[in-house]
Design a binder for this molecule. Structure first.
Ligand code: NAD
Ligand code: AHE
Ligand code: ZN
Length: 375
């Protein structure tokens, strides 16, 4: 079938909005009509050429929501008409990782997903007879896409696609990193680096679990009001403090009773490896935990003195907020529908597919939190 898609032809080039061909679902797969998709910084990361796994030409996009229109042989957990959110972290409930109960990183189809193909090793997308790669197993920058059954979360039918698509990555990543990865306790002191589409969701996650002190760090002063809107208690622009950031942040967290200082939890939502180091080093001696959410480009490495870890700080990473998609995503949709979490104000721009490149421009200019394309 012909579908409308934004094709990433090559690294560093704008997406090309055009008609491509999509084959129907094979066994164990579903065809989904995508109704809305968010644009995450990770799409920009891959499009820029910084992603060591980046493949071109490809159909990017991993933050979608839509409706199942056809199921392949053997599909039992969803049917035509179900509303779903595509999952770049699937949940097969059978692989060693799923069965371990220690991680959300299902390994059932990760190898083929990284090669830009479906689990049978072929692509469903083509353009003029030439293969197009899938991306993150989701390829939501198209009005129809094919996904493995284990890579869709069935959600309630009354949830608006143009809002809950954001649960497909940003919302779940931010809130999940607080709840699942860091397991933040009420009363905690936390520092969030990077107040974009992910960092603001970390902030609202911290508010949800009852953190006392929520410090936001960003080089863009416009983010101060944004952070405050979702529960941030203090804002720091590293460019304006006139001294080293780590001791500055440690001092902020000191109390008369605790002159050591440091945060109980910190979160990197920038993808900058220098910031990741700062985030670790402003953790409290003995127990502070730093969670890396940001994704860094090929060749980038993190560093610190081992002493930082010897003295009890913990460095962790979080993908998709540690969430098990088919189990957790429907619950997060309920939280949104029940008013427990906010999404609407973070969706600053809604665009048609034809204007998708404007969403990348807005991100580069620091003018958007989330742009959403509706089909
Ligand atoms: P974004 O562009 O919306 O936000 C990034 C923010 O970081 C901006 O506000 C920017 O001003 C700020 N920033 C940049 N450099 C900074 C610095 N040196 N110090 C402080 N702040 C700085 O991006 P996003 O969509 O929020 O994504 C953030 C990161 O998270 C990206 O690296 C993205 O790839 C990654 N990500 C990871 C996961 C995961 O599962 N681990 C999921 C989604 C996104
Ligand atoms: N391809 C990159 C890794 C990118 C990465 O870490 N992606 C996150 C999701 S970011 C969503 O916005 C993730 O889920 N990672 C786990 C995984 O299995 O990819 C690289 O550096 O190679
Ligand atoms: Zn993302």
């Amino acid at each position: 079938m012909d579908v409308r898609a934004a094709v990433a032809i090559a690294a560093g080039k704008p997406l090309e909005v055009t008609t491509v061909q999509l084959e129907g679902p094979k066994a164990g797969e579903v065809l989904v009509e995508i109704k809305a998709t968010g644009i995450c910084h990770t799409d920009e990361f891959t499009l820029s050429g910084a992603d060591p796994e980046g493949l071109f030409p490809a159909i990017l996009g991993h933050e979608g929501a839509g409706i199942v229109v056809e199921t392949g042989a053997g599909v039992t957990s969803v049917k035509k008409g179900n509303h779903v959110i595509p999952l770049y972290t699937p949940e097969c409930r059978q692989c060693p990782s799923c069965l371990s109960r220690k991680t959300n990183l299902c390994t059932a189809i990760r190898a083929t997903q990284g090669q830009g193909v479906m689990p049978d090793g072929t692509s469903r997308f083509s353009m003029g007879g030439k293969k197009l790669h899938h991306y993150m197993g989701t390829s939501t920058f198209a009005n129809f896409t094919v996904l493995p059954e284990i890579a869709v979360a069935k959600i309630r039918a009354d949830a608006p696609f143009d809002k809950v698509c954001y649960i497909g990555c940003g919302v779940t990543t931010g809130i999940g990193a607080v709840i699942n990865t860091a397991n933040v306790h009420p009363g905690a002191k936390a520092i969030v680096f990077g107040l974009g589409g992910i960092g603001l969701n970390v902030i609202q996650g911290l508010r949800l679990v009852g953190a006392d002190m929520i410090v936001g760090v960003d080089i863009n002063n416009d983010k101060k009001a944004w952070g405050e809107r979702f529960g941030m208690t203090h804002f720091v622009n590293p460019k304006e403090i006139g001294k080293d950031l780590v001791p500055y942040l440690v001092d902020m967290t000191k109390t008369p009773a605790d002159q050591i200082g440091g945060a109980d939890y910190t979160f990197d939502c920038t993808g900058n490896v220098q910031v990741m180091r700062q985030a670790l080093e402003c953790c409290h001696r003995g127990w502070g935990t730093s969670v890396i959410i940001g994704v860094a480009g090929a060749g980038q490495e993190i560093a610190t003195r081992p002493f930082q870890l010897v003295t009890g700080r913990v460095w962790k990473g979080s993908a998709f907020g540690g969430a098990r998609g088919r189990s957790d995503v429907p619950r997060i949709v309920d939280w949104y529908m029940d008013g427990k979490i906010e999404i609407d104000p973070m969706i600053t721009h809604v665009l048609p597919l034809a204007d998708i490149n404007k969403a990348f421009d807005l991100m580069h200019a620091g003018k958007s939190i989330r742009s959403v394309v509706t089909f």
